[in-house]
Design a protein around this ligand. Structure first.
Ligand code: PEP
Ligand code: MN
Length: 654
């Protein structure tokens, strides 16, 4: 993709000049594409091509010379939309899809919640190394730490400078986390490039335009704090400076603004999150530490930010806050941070997101292969993951949440087809639903796990199921007469359908497939119940989101593969299967084995054994302790009492 590098002159024109979005025809010819480019560059416009989910556009910024109607007449142009906002490249008008900022293996934006953590300032090598280790263990994916501190008082600790950057980089590398640090002066940029993965622009420098220009020119990712008393528009204009000078990767950070209130250090403007998400495509994270200035207020405001739609948090943590050289009172203790991460994990499913995880480090002496780190295969193609249904199915959304890198999703007709695709090597992984929180187990998949002994469960993920009523563009809720969906989809939206008696439910084989069907039928009185992602894929519109009767609707999926995953991280969950003999107390005896080894049972499910009426197999989810011997010991004992040798369907980390 071309980078939007403006020269000094055009950048200035861009800021107060004109911008437009040129939507290209789907089947545009190469000559027409080149023709549009040539026409615009001749008029002094800078062009960036943005390939979106639904369409490809040219974003053009330049002087106010061209009449958009003139551009609309060019061959290959579908439409031209002038960008009305003063910020152009940062605006949602310019780019409809969310921007994903990539920093190493970490992606910020989209469906992930990213947590950055670290001390306010790097104080010593030991401090930052130890802090990085504990933060990584709790689930932080990026390490923060100031080396140049913009302090209110010239007598306060000003940071360790380059020495601090060196320690920060070393700590980041040791813990496998990219690092972010604040840049306060243009003269530091070159030096800092060698140490940091992301530049932070602090609140006090948000309108230091020279700094913004020079940092933007590096093309590196930037975390841009909102100024102490900056309006949202001023903040987005600051982002525009960065984008106009060469970086595509800006992360906005709300960190509280000055108000009349003095109880907290600043006032966290939570409403800025949905406002900015609407105005801009850039990811927005929140800093509850500087926003509140008070340790105990950090977790509730951090969680509130996630609930309000933030893409992540940046949080100050100190191993000994009482001795911190700066911002001790607002720094969390490591234990508090760990608790916050657990709460974020629980909340993430509610807001339909996944907490971003750092790919585990490779096992000592083992392969570097893991579910989370696996990169495109040696053949240069993406890892393939088979799922059941059409594109846009809930399973596809779930797999995209699970794999923290780009994978190719392979639609399959049936669950059995997923297993055979993985067995035959057509896909490296498969994703299968095991259980829904409202409707219970998906027995077919339990049975298939038994039928395909060569496949193992290597991970699991859960997804909140939010059903949308999807119709044709221009369709009205009141005009819908027939609603197509999988019987489960219809059943889960029964209340909505009862409240709309003019709509009749029609069973369909698949939720996403029903969206594809109404798109083909082209009827404005048809609608489908499915995942909102399916609407975007088939060019349909969401008429109403969240129509499921019970919002506590989650599905748990298992990831299956032929190869087990080796990582240095210990597995903590196993699914085993065994049959208890048909005599009094047999199942109790099996349970006693687990209790004797202090193993926690997370689920038990029985299935009839084919050809042996009234005999059952038991599927059990078991928490595996760090001391694996307790688990293997339990297996040995089960072997002695169960009918057939117990089988481990998978042992993995959740
Ligand atoms: C910081 O993140 O350490 C910092 C100084 O933040 P802010 O610029 O938001 O005050
Ligand atoms: Mn601080």
């Amino acid at each position: 993709m071309s980078r939007f590098l403006l020269s000094g002159k055009t950048a200035k024109q861009g800021a107060d000049g004109k911008a437009m979005v040129i939507v290209l025809e789907h089947d545009i010819q190469v000559e027409d594409r080149n023709g549009i480019r040539a026409f615009l560059s001749e008029k002094g416009y800078q062009i960036r091509e943005i390939v979106g989910q639904e369409e490809t556009i040219f974003g053009a910024v330049g002087p106010a010379k061209v009449d958009p109607r003139e551009v609309e007449l060019l061959p290959g142009v579908k439409s031209v939309i002038p960008v009305s906002k003063p910020y152009k490249l940062a605006s949602r008008e310019m780019k409809k899809d969310d921007t994903l900022v990539r920093v190493g293996a970490v992606k910020i934006g989209g469906r992930r919640i990213v947590v950055i953590a670290g001390p306010c300032a790097v104080e010593s090598r030991e401090q930052i190394l130890e802090t990085a280790r504990v933060l990584r263990a709790s689930g932080a994916v990026m390490l923060r730490g100031g080396a140049y501190k913009p302090r209110t008082s010239p007598y306060s600790f000003q940071g360790l400078g380059e020495e601090g950057l060196r320690y920060l980089k070393e700590a980041g590398e040791a813990a496998g986390m990219p690092v972010v640090s604040e840049v306060v002066a243009t003269g530091h940029i070159d030096l800092m490039r060698g140490y940091v993965d992301v530049f932070q622009i602090g609140a006090r420098n948000m309108q230091n335009f020279e700094l913004l220009k020079q940092v933007g020119k590096t093309g590196m990712p930037v975390l841009l704090k909102r100024g102490l008393s900056a309006t949202i528009e001023e903040w987005l204009m600051a982002a525009e400076y960065l984008l106009a000078h060469g970086t595509d990767d800006v992360i906005l950070c709300e960190r509280g603004i000055r108000t009349f209130e003095t109880y907290t250090r600043n006032t966290l403007d939570l409403s800025a999150i949905p406002v900015v998400k609407k105005l801009s495509h850039l990811p927005v994270i929140v800093d509850p530490s500087h926003a509140t200035g008070i340790r105990e207020k950090v977790p509730p405001m951090g969680l509130a930010a996630i609930a309000a739609g933030a893409d992540g948090l940046t949080v100050e943590v100190h191993t000994d806050p009482a001795r911190a050289l700066s911002d001790g009172p607002q720094s969390l203790f490591p234990d508090q941070f760990e608790k916050l991460m657990r709460d974020i994990e629980a909340l993430s499913a509610v807001v339909g997101k996944e907490v971003a995880k750092i790919p585990p480090a490779p096992a000592a002496g083992g392969t570097a292969f893991s579910v989370a780190t696996d990169r495109p295969s040696a053949a240069g193609r993406n890892t393939r993951v088979a799922f059941q249904g059409e594109s846009g199915a809930y399973s596809e959304t779930a797999l995209k949440g699970f794999f923290h890198f780009d994978v190719e999703s392979l639609p399959r007709q049936s669950f059995d087809d997923i297993f055979s695709a993985v067995l035959e090597g057509k896909a490296e992984y498969g994703i299968i639903p095991l259980e829904n929180s409202l409707t219970g187990s998906i027995h077919e998949n339990y049975d298939l796990l038994l039928r395909y002994p060569d496949l193992k469960i290597v991970g699991e993920t859960k997804l909140r199921i939010i059903h949308s009523l999807i119709g044709l563009p221009g369709a009205e809720l009141s005009g819908i007469r027939k609603v197509f969906s999988h019987p489960q989809g219809l059943a889960q939206c029964r209340k909505f359908l009862e409240e709309h008696p003019s709509m009749r439910g029609e069973s369909f084989y698949d939720t996403a497939g029903s969206v594809c069907f109404i798109a083909k039928a082209g009827r404005k009185d048809y609608a489908a119940i499915a995942n909102r992602e399916a609407a975007a894929i088939y060019g349909m519109h969401v008429l109403k989101e969240g129509i499921e009767t019970n919002p506590h609707n989650y599905t748990r999926f298992a990831i299956i593969s032929r190869t087990e995953i080796e990582t240095s991280e210990k597995p903590n969950k196993a699914i085993i299967i065994f049959s208890a003999p048909d005599r009094p107390g047999a199942l109790f005896a099996c349970m006693k084995v687990l209790s004797g080894k202090n193993l926690n049972l997370t689920k038990i499910e029985s299935r009839p054994i084919e050809g042996k009426p009234w005999q059952y197999l038991f599927y059990m989810g078991v928490e595996v302790p760090d001391n694996r011997e307790m688990f293997t010991g339990a297996l040995e004992e089960l072997r002695a009492i169960s009918e057939e040798t117990p089988r481990v369907l998978g042992i993995y980390r959740v």
